[in-house]
Design a binder for this molecule. Sequence first.
Ligand SMILES: [Zn+2]
Length: 436
Amino acid sequence: MSQQRITGAVVIPEPGVVIPDGEIVFSPATGVIEHVGPSRGPAGPGDIDAGGRVMVPGFTNGHTHSAMTLLRGYSDDVPLHIWLGHVREFELRMTTADIKAGLQLAMVEMLRSGTTAFVDMFHWDAELLAAVSEAGMRVNAAPAAFDYDAVGFPTASPLSGRELIDATPSLAAQFRGDPLVHVSYGLHAPYTCSAEMIADVAGRAERDGLSIQIHLSETRREVDQSLAAHGVSPIRHVENLGLFANQVHVAHAVHPIEGDVEILALAGATVSHCPVSNLKLGAGIAPSVTYHEAGVTLAIGTDSVASNNNLDLFEELKTGIIVQRGLALDPNVLSGATVFGWATAGGAKAAAAGSAGRLAVGEQADLVLLDTTSDSGTPLNSAESFVHFAARGSDVTDVFVAGRQVVAGRKVLTLDEEAVREDVRTRVARIKSELV
Ligand SMILES: [Zn+2]
């Protein structure tokens, strides 16, 4: 088939634009969108009749650690620094096969809930990146380095932080021809990575033309410790070390202090805030309105399911909107369309994995169809309101990435969902038995 046509849906190609009876035409081979606009007639042979549905661009999960689906519900109700200890004990026992199983479960959950791309920092190697490509998702993957001598995932990989950053450019080069995969340097955080290593990676990224992912200013405690140790905030600390000479994607940035927002804006950094994770861990509420007004490109992420506990970006979208309104005591402080833009185009910019996060001629067909005949879609007074406030991931029926159909009738086509779930149950039982 040289062209795929989907017609009859309410199409929201980008924030604030609604086509009540729309159609889209794209090439399944190249993924390139050839037409978006009002429907030019009913569905013919080979077309998809999307009557009763809403079409949106695929979401990008702006920050996650996908393999940590294995830790769903494993440690709740403790502060971040205690939680990190619990999680670490589990992670230390994860083999590469365990990580792949967790990644595949995450991809099933993300695809089924309308997420087509994700920005991820964890253990990454060629086999895991190939698994993403085979599942038909886009990824910005950063192999996580903790410090020069720290071995992040000893059961899965013997590599120290030093060896990992040495190996990152060749991993990136191996996938340069894959339009779905983008590899970044991964610095876990300034409280785990030494100043020397942060400055080193800043220089390497500039030399290699690679981007960087890092966690910054997630908790007030982290900011206080940075002030005590370095006399400056985590954001200014890495700025002083030259990090922002590169394209940097920052996770969290919940607690900026004086000058931090301006540093991120000036650097052209992308920032993913993770409203549900930050609330659940009691980390706080990122001042996303302040970032937005300063011109920072924002994304929204779930963080790992160990701190969420799901990968449903519809929940994140709604929370990301309403929490700011509650904080400001003002329902007009932030529009639903703005945060929808963070979940789509903002996240796509952060992922840098080939999609623009909007449906337009010449862009990639990464798109999602949602059932509006469900309770949450009835009555459909406003398609935008449905997407921003009422829809859930379970309303997603069909998903395309780069023009390839990866979910049809709520079933993932590229992974064996039940086999993936069963594999995860068995592996988690083994790891937990080792922890006793
Ligand atoms: Zn994280």
